[in-house]
Design a protein around this ligand. Structure first.
Ligand SMILES: C[S@@+](CC[C@H](N)C(=O)[O-])C[C@H]1O[C@@H](n2cnc3c(N)ncnc32)[C@H](O)[C@@H]1O
Length: 387
């Protein structure tokens, strides 16, 4: 059996290697984990008892380990269609802990206990005089994490509940970290429960792109401000979870779709969809526009894009056949012309000098939240609604 030790992950700074060696991931991972089936179309159970080599290899790799599928509503032997809890990829855990910078003696709130491994790492960071509160929405996961933490000798307080509300009884916190991604609006409770001078770290995404890391600092006068970084795909807070397909028009609705063509070509699509190019900026600019891309949907280099906004029953479809020099066909329905809006956001990005992630920031003041470009007064979009 080959076991890759955590400290041998390439590119790890010594600090994290030492921390991961002191608080290994394996004791927090359940005996049954979930892995892709041979076709990559479903998730199947992998048992520590029947395939110990496979289990140890998965748990020791620098990759996420899926620990629950379909919100726990699937038994070993059945197939899962989506992950609903995981132990995150160790190098990303290290990146997030580095951004959080929790110090000995501090109090930390974590949202998304999962296996409890990150809570154990946090407990190690804050030491005996610090306090970690961690919240998990799923009672079974919370129970297992509580037990794993106790067995491994760590003492975070594990709360079962919806972490969106934070845990006021333990506030104020020096640090708040979410290990479930949020869509756009940072829950006000997290900011309210943060101590002035404190820091908040969360995976963050829009309907267009999921996601990046957002790191905020709360000033003495109650302004939370910060920057985006990285390229992370995290599962979202449960009530913000995206279904695989968005709002779909009925066949009779489709007969009324407006059909047009676009000047957009393959190169533009790449720039609109590539995380190293315009994807973040377009998501930052464009409100409530869910994107589903199906690469090679109709054969090699023949892609489809679907955009939808269920709230306004708006939908758009782009048929992008890169083998054909003819313009791509667009079909649009509903109050919003979503493809036109996406193109306008793309043009805006170009006009701004094609800014990448590092030029954008986030501000929250007096209950208002917005994304800015270069400086807080240069608003890209005000974020609405509750989280
Ligand atoms: C990526 S996993 C967290 C990994 C975890 N920190 C660990 O070390 O294993 C995300 C977790 O967030 C939980 N979650 C999702 N929505 C939540 C919510 N509203 N409140 C609390 N937990 C939530 C999920 O059930 C899942 O266990």
């Amino acid at each position: 059996m080959t076991v890759v030790e955590a400290q041998s992950f390439p590119g790890y700074p010594d600090f994290w290697a030492t921390l991961f060696a002191e608080v290994p991931r394996a004791p927090f991972i359940p005996d049954t984990i979930w892995v892709d089936d041979s076709c990559g179309e479903a998730l199947v159970a992998l048992s520590k008892h029947t395939d110990p080599d496979g289990w140890y290899a998965a748990v020791s790799a620098n990759a996420p380990v899926i620990t629950q599928v379909n919100l726990g509503d699937v038994q070993p032997g059945q197939r899962g269609s989506f992950p609903s809890s995981s132990a995150s990829q160790p190098s990303i855990v290290a990146d997030m802990l580095h951004a959080l910078d929790a110090q000995p003696g501090q109090s930390v709130l974590e949202i998304g206990t999962g296996t409890g491994w990150n809570a154990a790492l946090l407990a190690r960071c804050v030491g005996a005089h610090g306090q970690v509160v961690t919240i998990e929405v799923d009672p079974h996961l919370a129970h297992d994490a509580r037990r794993a933490l106790t067995t491994a000798g760590h003492n975070p307080l594990v709360i079962t509940g919806d972490g969106t509300a934070g845990y006021p009884a333990g506030a104020p916190y020096d640090r708040v970290i979410s290990t479930a991604a949020i869509r756009e609006v940072v829950p006000h409770a997290w900011l309210d429960q943060l101590r002035p001078g404190g820091r908040l770290v969360t995976p963050w995404g829009t309907d267009w792109s999921n996601g990046v890391l957002l790191t905020l600092t709360l000033t003495e006068d109650g302004i939370a401000t910060g920057r985006f970084s990285g390229d992370l795909a995290f599962m979202r807070l449960r009530h913000q979870r995206r279904s695989l397909y968005g709002w779909q028009p009925s066949d009779s609705d489709l007969e009324h779709a407006q059909i047009s063509t676009t000047e957009c070509r393959g190169n533009d699509l790449d720039r609109m969809l590539n995380p190293d190019k315009g994807t973040f900026a377009i998501g930052a600019r464009l409100a409530s526009c869910r994107l589903v891309v199906e690469w090679d949907a109709q054969g090699p280099l023949h892609h489809t894009l679907e955009l939808d906004d269920g709230a306004t029953t708006s939908w758009a479809h782009l048929d992008a056949n890169l083998n054909d020099p003819a313009p791509f066909t667009v079909r649009q329905l509903g109050l919003r012309k979503l493809w036109d809006e996406a193109e306008a956001a793309y043009d805006w990005w170009h006009d701004q000098g094609e800014p990448l992630l590092d030029r954008f920031g986030f501000h929250s003041r007096a209950g208002q939240q917005w994304i800015w470009l270069d400086e807080p007064d240069n608003t890209v979009r005000t974020l609405g609604g509750s989280c």
